[in-house]
Design a protein around this ligand. Structure first.
Ligand SMILES: [Ca+2]
Length: 172
């Protein structure tokens, strides 16, 4: 497990260096650290699973799975590589984030004219494009567009009713 959100006690509006090195509390919410994601995923191939629990929908949990997950080095801004998608959503929410570099409020590597990770947009470090289809490091419990949100880019449906998130990688 390299990411967990189970409440709002840990801030995810953190610096590049904190996302690189990791922060939070393993017993509550945390981000393991991009450097560790890079080192671990460079050693051998890993898969990615994201579990999401919702607090006000009939489907109270859902998942996304990718048969490859790789994070590049800091020199290339921790760019994400994802394999093919399976999961309980019909829509591949990470598709828009494929091959994107990581951005934080103090390091803008996204494709938008502004900085997506800035407090006035979608605060929290993420592999932003221009800006998002999903942001799992947003502000816990907040509505669109600062919260932990899923955005279906075709139907334009937004869902920020996330109660908990877990992201984990496993060797293939
Ligand atoms: Ca930008």
């Amino acid at each position: 497990m390299f990411q967990k959100r189970v409440g709002g006690s840990v801030s995810f509006y953190e610096t590049w260096n904190n996302y690189r090195d990791g922060f939070g509390d393993l017993n509550s919410s945390f981000w393991l650290g991009n450097e560790k994601l890079h080192v671990i995923s460079a050693q051998r191939d890993h898969q990615l699973r994201i579990d999401i629990w919702f607090n006000n929908t009939n489907d109270d949990s859902a998942y996304l799975h990718y048969n490859l997950f790789r994070v590049s080095s800091e020199a290339t801004q921790y760019e994400i590589t994802l394999g093919s998608y399976t999961g309980s959503f019909e829509y591949d929410y990470m598709d828009y984030h494929r091959d994107m570099k990581f951005s934080t409020y103090d390091q803008d590597n996204d494709l938008a004219g502004h900085n997506c990770a800035h407090t006035q947009y979608h605060p929290g470090g993420w592999w932003f494009n221009g800006c998002l289809s999903v942001q799992l490091n947003g502000i816990y419990g907040a509505p669109w567009d600062t919260g932990i949100c899923l955005f279906q880019r075709i139907t334009r449906d937004k869902n920020c009713s996330v109660a908990a998130v877990v992201m984990k990688m496993k060797p293939l």
